[in-house]
Design a protein around this ligand. Structure first.
Ligand code: FES
Length: 73
């Protein structure tokens, strides 16, 4: 049993990494980004236009891989 109330990092299958609370992350260029929101989503698919943060593009990538013509979320 853990002493933590909940995980501060959650990996979403085929989606982002969710960070709870304050964190500092470093992008591929070495730039540090500080989280200020209660929950922040870090792009793990590489497709986001607002890296290092997730913009939902992972859903489009998954839909395209499935062969869907349209996505609804
Ligand atoms: S994980 Fe969401 S856009 Fe990459």
């Amino acid at each position: 049993m853990s002493d933590f109330e909940h995980a501060s990092i959650v990996l979403c299958p085929a989606g982002p990494m969710l960070l709870r609370g304050e964190h500092e992350i470093q992008d591929a260029d070495g730039k540090t980004h500080r989280t200020v929101r209660p929950v922040s989503a870090v792009c793990m698919c590489g497709g986001s236009a607002i890296k290092p943060w997730c913009d939902g593009t992972h859903r489009l990538i998954a839909a395209k891989a499935r062969g869907d013509d349209e996505t609804d979320g």
